[in-house]
Design a protein around this ligand. Structure first.
Ligand code: BG6
Length: 482
């Protein structure tokens, strides 16, 4: 990889995301020589930290990495801290001076990445000031990377988008959905489009149903305030799950390029079938965790109102009404405090009637993309049982990922590199975000109007009974049973 010259300005530089994801990922890029001499990072936030303090925090963030022993101090020396009130114009003047000084010192040639990892209500004012106070340069590139949540419905997302796109054109606007940086999620396109075998059967003639599970063992942790305004539908379905659906069901893009891929994803999301309010109640399940398995219920968590109706679990049945997928149910579910952390996609193929095997029941072919924890792909097949007679047994084929010795990069590392290279393929385009919100809004509205009850499930289960029933009604069951 070639060395990149860039100045990062991270708004929210004292935050949890910066410490857990951004600093370690930047260090990986440093280890690989992608960030080398000509880079600097300004962390800004309200707190009155010093450069030294930020550098200590950075060193702590990368502590687990062996290479930090030899490279950590040098890496951390590229970090600077600027205490900043995002509403105070004066502060942007100071920030500009620091940016100019560092640009000069590290010979960065005007390339800037503004990373917005704080409350979205400040994004507009930050974008405006970056422009008016000339922190955006005229020499290099100026890109803005925006963390979630990207709005809480279509309207607020549009306002947010407008407030930034006034100052940054779409090609410089990188909306993070970190699932798009995950290796196995990126593998969906490889599997689908590079294997004739899968291409041939990737449609409603052969696929019976698709199941997507994003389960978490954790609860709301320290994010009660945010989670109360979101809930599982907004937190996981609007972004991650709908993005996965678009990758699974889009038509084959004309080329592997940002614009062609995004175009097809947009069409897929535009083709999501909309439900009437009554149908929402039939096709979506929402629920909240109650005490169980040694864990307290959602209503007992800190900072959660004891009559909160926020859902911590959603299951649903969706359709993408495009040429290849109309009629294929896509079952989704996601929730907090489920049995374990698992991200997987199960593609269940149709059973074909045959008289060859007479009364024997054939197992279904199921292609499983296990995103987490395994990072593997499996194909469930039938095979002859060894020995006399002609009995069948299920057999699991595992697709080896090429070169198992390579460490799979973290999603954030790949996304940061993409942003450095100006490649927005694995970021959400505004139209994707917009269609996803419109779909989610229609479900939310039906719920708010009193359609569909809030069910309950004990911590450590795979969700409420209603989630099983959603599939049973169609003669199916969840392939992954926790
Ligand atoms: C985030 C959600 O987008 O994704 C969190 O806000 C969730 O609630 C997280 O825990 C899950 O991400 P990952 O990468 O751990 O599956």
């Amino acid at each position: 990889e070639i060395e990149q010259k860039a100045l990062f300005i991270i708004f929210g530089g004292t935050g949890d995301l910066a410490k857990r994801k951004l600093y370690p990922s930047l260090f990986q890029l440093y280890k690989k020589g992608i960030l080398k001499d000509n880079f600097a990072i300004i962390g800004t936030a309200r707190r009155p930290w010093s450069d030294e303090h930020l550098q200590e925090v950075v060193k702590e963030a990368i502590e687990g990495d062996e290479a930090a022993v030899s490279l950590g101090a040098e890496f951390a020396s590229h970090f600077y801290y600027q205490s900043h009130n995002v509403n105070d114009t004066e502060h942007y003047v100071t920030l500009r001076k620091l940016a100019e000084k560092l640009d000069e010192k590290y010979q960065i040639e005007g390339n800037r990445l503004f990373y917005l990892a704080m409350s979205p209500r400040f994004f507009g004012t930050i974008a405006q000031h970056l422009k008016s106070q000339k922190i955006v340069t005229t020499k290099g590139y100026n890109r803005v990377i925006v963390e979630k949540p990207f709005g809480r419905d279509f309207e607020s997302a549009k306002d947010l988008n407008d407030s930034i796109s006034k100052y940054f054109p779409e090609e410089d606007f990188f909306r993070i959905d970190h699932y798009l940086g995950k290796e196995m999620i990126q593998n969906i396109m490889a599997l689908r489009f590079s294997n004739n075998l899968f291409r041939a059967v990737w449609n409603n003639r052969y696929i019976d149903n698709i199941q997507i599970t994003l389960s978490e063992a954790l609860g709301v942790e320290e994010r009660a305030g945010y989670y109360e305004t979101a809930g599982a539908l907004r937190d996981m379905v609007q972004n991650h799950i709908l993005q996965i659906i678009s990758l699974l069901t889009m038509n084959m893009p004309a080329s592997y390029s940002e614009s062609d891929i995004r175009r097809e994803k947009i069409y897929a999301l535009k083709s999501l079938k909309k439900y009437s309010a009554v149908k929402v109640a039939e096709n979506f399940v929402r629920a909240q965790y109650s005490a169980g398995d040694g864990q307290i219920g959602y209503l007992q968590e800190n900072e959660i109102a004891n009559d909160s109706t926020t859902e911590t679990f959603v299951a649903g049945k969706l359709f993408v009404n495009n040429e290849n997928f109309s009629g294929v149910p896509i079952y989704i579910r996601t929730g907090k405090r489920l049995t374990k952390k698992t991200t997987r996609i199960d593609i269940s193929f149709k059973e074909m009637e045959t008289s060859f095997f007479d009364s024997k029941k054939l197992g279904r072919n199921i292609l499983t993309i296990n995103v987490e924890p395994e990072g593997k792909v499996f194909l469930q097949t039938n095979i002859k049982k060894i020995g006399q007679g002609f009995d069948l047994v299920p057999s699991l084929m595992e697709l080896q990922l090429n070169n198992e010795n390579v460490v799979v990069p973290e999603a954030y590392e790949k996304l940061l590199l993409d942003a450095l290279l100006g490649d927005a393929t694995n970021f959400a385009h505004w139209e994707e975000v917009a269609y996803a919100w419109k779909f989610v809004d229609s479900i939310r509205k039906a719920w708010d109007d009193g359609n569909g009850n809030l069910a309950e499930y004990p911590c450590g289960s795979m969700g409420p009974r209603e989630s099983e029933e959603l599939l049973e009604r169609d003669g199916h069951q969840w392939v992954f049973d926790g």
